[in-house]
Design a protein around this ligand. Structure first.
Ligand SMILES: Cc1ncc(COP(=O)(O)O)c(C=O)c1O
Length: 421
């Protein structure tokens, strides 16, 4: 079945917006995606029809509670968690990870060890470094493989020992786009008796997450990266969450997962989150899945990732043909099942900022900089101040958009070259 790209694009009103007649080409997706009309509508409807705090004996408050319960249950299905009690929602992945790190670190002692990687976004490094300093923990670092661009399970061997309490590791890199074999890595981590905290922020828009299959202990993602609102979500194994005691105000419930959610929840964003997951269910339905919600979500990702692979191939081939460009990540199409369509590169004569600015003026939105993947950029010997150019497709992008981006890039580089002569 061909991917229903026209239906998909019609679901996202922002894709049709023009600026002074110039179309927009959104290739800034790793930094945040556009939302379907249904997500925007759900937010507005919640604010208008059920805008009240929780716990009241009247209709708006009761509806607000239903909104939260529905969204959490839908997220449970999205992650394939066993219970909605395992789904913690908060303002961002970073805020939640600091919170989880602090709660976990209370259960550790000086001399205990934690492991972080040089492939991760700082959102899954800094929280752990912070608690390590506070609690006197030893930090061990794991490198990614410069040939495969992934963290190979054997790379953990030297870092793990009987004192390791937790390994913080990314599912997919927000810079190179490579995807780690999380199930295999978690197996090693568990064999050493440690916990696995997985950053799935960059994987979530591109692949179906199954926390039970991965067997991870924690998994974090952010819904604004998968066509939803600005929220972070952390899955935590129920028995582990039950044993943790985060900071909280005294009158609020100690029930799960509420114990981990501070203050009044962002109720209208829960409504939007519910709709964002609903979008994947809709897409699975468009692709012929007639089964339950989970099967529809799986079908949606299966088709979207196959479609995205074609975009990756087109983009990478096009960049390679241009010359003077060094792609930082997997370029062999046979290994594309180990990457998401996030492609970073350097030009031998032009800075990332110059390139992103040129493309931005033509309505092509790409990112330049270190993208908070500080250790990865340093490992590659790239200055953190300038970083890379990052082009990140989502399944609503088209081959024609990739071609346009490549064409503008080639033209801008050529103009810069001739004016430098
Ligand atoms: C891989 C990865 N982890 C974590 C984050 C931080 O997410 P948030 O903005 O929800 O804190 C990002 C944001 O770009 C990311 O790409």
């Amino acid at each position: 079945m061909t991917f229903p790209i026209d239906d998909v694009r019609a679901a996202f009103p922002s894709l049709a917006i023009t600026d002074g007649g110039m179309r927009r080409i959104y290739l800034d997706n790793p930094a945040g995606t556009q939302v379907p009309q249904t997500v925007a509508d759900a937010t507005a409807r919640c604010l208008i029809e059920s805008n009240a705090n929780l716990g009241g004996f009247f209709v708006t408050s009761e509806r607000a509670e239903t909104t939260i319960d529905r969204a959490r249950e839908r997220m449970r299905v999205f992650l394939n968690a066993q219970s909605a009690r395992e789904v913690v929602v908060g303002p961002s992945m970073t805020a939640l990870t600091f919170r989880m790190a602090r709660a976990l670190a209370r259960t550790w002692n000086a001399g205990d060890e934690i492991v972080v990687t040089r492939m991760d976004h700082d959102g899954n490094i800094a929280p752990w470094l912070t608690v390590a300093q506070e609690r006197g923990l030893k930090v061990r670092w794991v490198d990614f493989d410069l040939e495969t661009w992934r963290i190979e399970p054997s790379a953990l061997d030297d870092a793990l020992n009987g004192r390791t309490r937790l390994v913080a590791i990314t599912y997919a890199s927000n810079l190179t786009g490579s995807v780690n074999d999380i199930a295999a890595l978690v197996k090693r981590i568990h064999e050493a008796g440690a916990l696995a905290y997985v950053d799935a922020v960059q994987f979530a828009p591109h692949g179906c997450i199954d926390v039970q299959r991965l067997d991870c202990d924690f998994l974090a993602c952010s819904s604004y990266k998968f066509f939803g609102p600005h929220l972070g979500i952390v899955y935590g194994r129920e028995s582990l969450l039950e044993a943790l005691q985060p900071d909280k105000v005294r009158p609020s419930t100690n029930d799960l997962p509420w114990r981990f959610e501070l203050g009044t929840p962002q109720i209208e964003l829960f409504a939007a989150l519910d709709s964002a997951v609903g979008y994947f269910e809709w897409l699975g339905g468009q692709l012929g899945a007639r089964d339950d919600a989970r099967a529809r979500i799986e079908r949606a990702f299966e088709a979207a990732s196959a479609y995205e692979r074609e975009l990756s191939e087109r983009l990478i081939e096009g960049l390679r043909r241009q010359g003077q460009i060094r792609i930082l990540g997997i370029t062999d199409a046979r290994a594309f099942s180990s990457r998401v369509p996030t492609v970073s590169f350097l030009h031998s004569a032009r800075s990332p900022e110059e390139i992103a600015t040129d493309l931005g003026r033509r309505g092509v939105f790409v990112w330049s900089g270190n993208n908070y993947a500080l250790e990865l950029v340093r490992t590659l010997g790239i200055p953190v101040e300038t970083g890379v150019v990052r082009i990140g497709a989502a399944h609503y992008n088209t081959p024609a958009e990739i071609d346009a981006a490549l064409e503008y890039l080639a033209a801008a580089n050529k103009t810069a070259h001739s004016s430098a002569l």
